[in-house]
Design a binder for this molecule. Structure first.
Ligand code: GLN
Length: 241
């Protein structure tokens, strides 16, 4: 009798595991503290956030790392189901994907190599400014500095890891990137913030346009996390002093 019970329990556990759906999560794991690789694992605020939402809503996740500018095409072609990567909700992106309710806000910061004596004028003239391809930092520099001829050259990198390396090697003079990530780099790398560009961005979790079933699961999970205090704990974990 006892043995049958144990077998039934095992079947039930495996059965429910097999029945619960697995969603493929796309991220760009070069964006600490939101997503980065630590000991071969994808960790960070966004990674914990989507895993907690999955727990609350009863689905499994499988994380796929890719370049930031591949995320929306991957959503469109069905290679991934969800994109979470500190992604700003923009009018352009809203034409092709749907976003969850906002979960974070950010501006753009200008970082330079520590002790380089640069200030905000690093954004002018013949300096070289690095960005990650397809980000709102790329968009801001392109629209406001390159198109207006205020700055001569923008250097686009597939990953912030390469942009940071180029900055530290002296190949470029500055990098424009999201403020929370710039602040984290300023704590962990020999770089300083020399300017803040107020862009008032909000991060959202993206799904393919029209995937309202998945979007409502994500929004429901987010709102449960807000009201239970789980979201505050997550903020403390990654941003607490
Ligand atoms: N928030 C910025 C954007 O959406 C940068 C995101 C990132 O590089 N992961 O474009």
């Amino acid at each position: 009798m006892k043995r049958i019970f144990v077998i039934l329990v095992i079947l039930l556990i495996f059965g429910s595991f097999a029945l619960s759906k697995t969603y493929i999560i796309g991220t760009s794991a070069d964006f600490p503290p939101f997503e980065y690789v630590d000991n071969g694992k994808y960790v960070g605020f966004d990674m914990d956030l989507i895993r907690s939402i999955a727990n609350l809503e009863g689905f499994q996740v499988e994380i796929r790392d890719m370049s930031f500018d591949s995320l929306i095409p991957a959503l469109k072609s069905g290679i991934i189901d969800i994109a979470i990567a500190g992604m700003t909700i923009t009018p352009e992106r809203l034409k092709v994907v749907d976003f969850s309710t906002p979960y974070w806000s950010a501006d753009q910061d200008v970082i330079v190599k520590k002790n380089s004596n640069y200030n905000l004028t690093v954004l002018f003239g013949n300096h070289k400014v690095g960005v990650q391809t397809g980000t709102t930092g790329d968009l801001w520099v392109s629209d406001n500095l390159i198109k207006t001829n205020i700055l001569k050259s923008i250097v686009r990198y597939e990953s912030f890891i390469y942009a940071l390396q180029a900055l530290l090697n002296g190949e470029i003079d500055a990098v424009v990137l999201d403020s929370p990530v710039a602040e984290r780099f300023a704590q962990t790398q020999p770089v300083s913030i020399v300017g803040i560009i107020i862009t008032n961005e909000n991060y959202g979790i993206a799904v393919n346009k029209g995937n309202s079933e998945l979007l409502s699961k994500i929004n429901d999970g987010l709102s449960k996390m807000r009201s239970s205090g789980q979201l505050t704990s997550l903020v403390d974990k990654y941003f607490g002093k």
